[in-house]
Design a protein around this ligand. Structure first.
Ligand code: GAR
Length: 207
């Protein structure tokens, strides 16, 4: 079986990246992780990926200053050099320019810790608790120009419990992210319809 080559972009701790690396160990997984790439040379996730035997690279955004597209052109060259066919954003905390979004249209996926379209951006768990929501969750979606706005591929729901803090809710949602993201990525690489904009979201409620 030829497996889709996926590059994972991270900025920090890399727990979703690790979930993808672990999923790719299964012989029947339709993707392999070709590269873990970070804009932060000190990202914890880079060390985790290296320990797991995955090729890693850091391209620091700081020397590029305000020229975000120039940084992305360097990322794009590294992605192509690695032979990546797909890009998975996993806690990649930079807003992308149209250059990278268009270069990978239909082949770039993101995981976001809310039930989009609710709560794009930051601080999702505090916002869900303050709104009195009974449930929270996470969303795997295609990346388009708007932040956290692309077509939804799959979602997973978890309850918001009495007394939840942003921290307790975040760890419950993160467990759901680690199940959802490999499943959504596997589906994307195996499903041409998904790449073309999609037929509609699939709800993967947590067990
Ligand atoms: C995850 O919760 C991910 O959903 C979120 O950052 C965290 C990264 O954690 N992403 C976003 O908020 C993107 N808008 P990780 O580095 O342990 O995977």
């Amino acid at each position: 079986m030829s497996r889709a080559r996926v590059a994972v972009l991270i900025s920090g701790r890399g727990s979703n990246m690790t979930a993808l690396v672990e999923a790719a160990r299964a012989p029947d997984c339709p993707f392999e992780i070709a590269l873990v790439l970070s804009n932060r040379p000190d990202a914890e996730g880079l060390a985790l990926a290296a320990q797991a035997g995955v090729p890693t690279l850091a391209i620091d955004h700081r020397p590029f200053g305000a020229d975000r597209e120039a940084h992305e052109r360097a990322l794009d060259a590294a992605l192509r050099e690695a032979g990546a066919g797909y890009v998975a954003l996993a806690g990649y905390m930079r807003v992308l320019t149209p250059f990278l979004v268009e270069a990978w249209a239909g082949r770039m996926i993101n995981i976001h810790p809310s039930l989009l379209p609710k709560y794009p951006g930051l601080d999702t768990h505090r916002r869900a608790i303050e709104a009195g929501d009974a449930e929270a969750g996470c969303t795997a979606h295609l990346v388009t120009a708007g932040v956290d706005e692309g077509p939804i591929l799959q979602q997973a729901r978890v309850p918001v419990l009495e007394g939840d803090t942003p921290e307790t809710l975040s760890s419950r949602v993160l467990e759901a992210e680690h199940r959802l993201y490999p499943a959504a990525l596997a589906r994307l690489v195996g499903d041409a319809d998904a790449r073309e904009g999609y037929r509609g979201p699939v709800d993967q409620s947590s067990p």
